[in-house]
Design a protein around this ligand. Structure first.
Ligand SMILES: Cc1ncc(COP(=O)(O)O)c(C=O)c1O
Length: 490
């Protein structure tokens, strides 16, 4: 890409503003025609100006000739800051970017290795593309009871076992902000001509501050996903797909993208990606410097609050962990004898504070460029109140008998697509062990499937499902949302 790109420009925002200024009379979609026909109630909730800028890509942001030059220019600017040869904007979240990434790289039946701690959008991509999956189980961090990423050595071993694998896909950073040694893993993959795909949904801000982990593209990933709506200023569903180097065919990426993306992508969403990229290119280091400062300040304040511990750099000693994104503030409540879910409930109901993730032991408070002294102080105060409430009243202890993650390892016994769409039946939860599951079961957050179609159900999984029900952790993707029954292969 040319060095001459002007990062102070935002082509999509400029085109949106031009459209508004031109006072165009539309005989096009969307039917609200810049919000002319919405009622006052809708306008008062969603904002009249939201509708005024909700215009079509063609005949709105672009010209009638469908050259899509404005979007392309914005994507080229994004590619430069993300160290990619090419970037594509998604208005259907990183789920779409993940589906496109896999379809860009692999054909039906191709063997692809997946680090099994993936988000459920990866399970969907496997079902849609009909690749043949091979699981790589990252080591379990028994202290945190989570799987971070695979070690370089385990990648070397699994490629030796499956020399015909086309690609390897892993998630880095994980939901807790820990990254894998992407550079080391990329070297091993490329030695064996295996494409490295990285679901970096939680790390699109990495290029903007030297004290954040190195981004996956800088470390040699071939194709990667970043959720602009997760840690940056994108509107919900704003995501990017990035690729670089000789192992990815840009034409195939474009075609695959065309299969999945809406033909009416939201220019509000694309505009937010464009505006965020402009801001980050110009002031990213200052903004993320502040986010890091706030996160460190909250961590330091915990020295004065008994029973709450911030998970920190001690995790870097553990297998598979290479670096930490400190803006993901992971707090452990075991010292107070309460679960992360109870902590999150207290913060929400008593302090009007919401957090990104809550599970058995931890919460993760997401700190971004939007935080300042006031928001950080509110969280510190909320944590103080929580600690005194838990000390005084005592929480309900975490449920007993929850199987550790190490006992929940899975094995694929049938093609995920055949399992999902073949002959199925419904069985009571208690009768499910030994059966092959025909749906995803993904406790949310973090949305890592306990089971994906084609995997064998084991007794500890049923105990785990009971435990997450006790903790009121939602499982949004099962057919029977009460989880009294599971959908299995007939
Ligand atoms: C690791 C990971 N990948 C992909 C996704 C999908 O992202 P989206 O919600 O933008 O579709 C998520 C969502 O939480 C995620 O955590």
């Amino acid at each position: 890409l040319s060095e001459a790109l002007d990062q102070s420009r935002a082509p999509i925002l400029e085109a949106l503003q031009k459209f508004v200024d031109n006072g165009v009379t539309q005989f096009t979609t969307p039917g609200h025609k810049s919000g002319r026909s919405i009622d006052e109630y809708t306008a008062s909730v969603l904002g009249q100006s939201t509708f005024a800028r909700d215009i079509p890509e063609l005949t709105g942001v672009e010209d009638r000739h469908m050259t899509v030059e404005v979007t392309q220019e914005a994507q080229d600017l994004a590619a430069q800051v993300h160290h990619a040869d090419g970037v594509m904007f998604s208005s259907n979240g990183s789920s779409l970017s993940v589906h496109v990434a896999l379809m860009t790289i692999a054909n039906r039946g191709d063997k692809v290795i997946f680090a099994r701690n993936f988000h459920r959008s990866v399970a969907a991509a496997i079902i849609l593309t009909e690749v043949t999956p091979v699981w790589l189980q990252p080591p379990v961090d028994t202290e945190m009871n989570v799987q971070h990423g695979p070690t370089v050595e385990s990648v070397r071993e699994i490629i030796a076992k499956h020399p015909d694998a086309k690609a390897l896909m892993l998630t880095s950073p994980d939901y807790y902000g820990f990254t894998s040694d992407i550079r080391g893993i990329a070297e091993v993959c490329h030695e064996h001509d295996v494409v490295l795909m990285v679901d970096a949904a939680w790390g699109p801000h990495f290029p903007f501050h030297p004290e954040l982990p190195a981004s996956e593209m800088e470390c040699g990933a071939d194709i990667a996903v970043g959720s602009i709506h997760k840690t940056l200023n994108g509107l919900q569903q704003a995501s990017i797909l990035k690729y670089a180097g000789p192992r990815v065919d840009p034409n195939r990426a474009k075609l695959a993208f065309g299969l999945y993306e809406s033909t009416s992508a939201s220019m509000l969403v694309f505009g937010s990606i464009d505006g965020d990229r402009r801001l980050m290119a110009m002031r990213g280091e200052e903004l993320w410097g502040n986010a890091l400062r706030q996160s460190r300040r909250i961590r330091a304040s915990l020295a004065g609050i008994q029973g709450i511990r911030a998970v920190g750099r001690e995790v870097l000693e553990r297998p598979g962990v290479f670096d930490q994104d400190e803006t993901k503030l992971v707090l452990d409540f075991s010292g107070l004898g309460i679960t992360g879910v109870q902590a999150a409930d207290f913060l929400a109901t008593e302090c009007r504070i919401t957090v990104e993730l809550a599970e058995q032991r931890h919460i993760m408070a997401l700190i971004t460029a939007a935080d300042d002294d006031r928001t950080a102080d509110r969280l510190i105060e909320g944590l103080r109140l929580l600690a005194s409430w838990a000390t005084e009243h005592g929480g309900t202890p975490p449920p007993a008998g929850v199987p550790p993650l190490a006992d929940l390892q899975t094995e694929v016994v049938l093609s995920p697509r055949d399992a999902m769409f073949g002959r199925v039946r419904s069985v009571p939860l208690e009768d499910a062990p030994g059966q092959i599951i025909a749906e995803c079961v993904s406790p949310y957050p973090p949305g890592i499937p306990l089971l994906i179609p084609g995997e064998r159900i084991t007794p500890p999984m049923i105990d785990f499902i009971h435990a997450i029900q006790d903790m009121r952790i939602p499982v949004p993707d099962t057919v029977d949302s009460s989880l009294k029954t599971l959908r299995v292969v007939a």
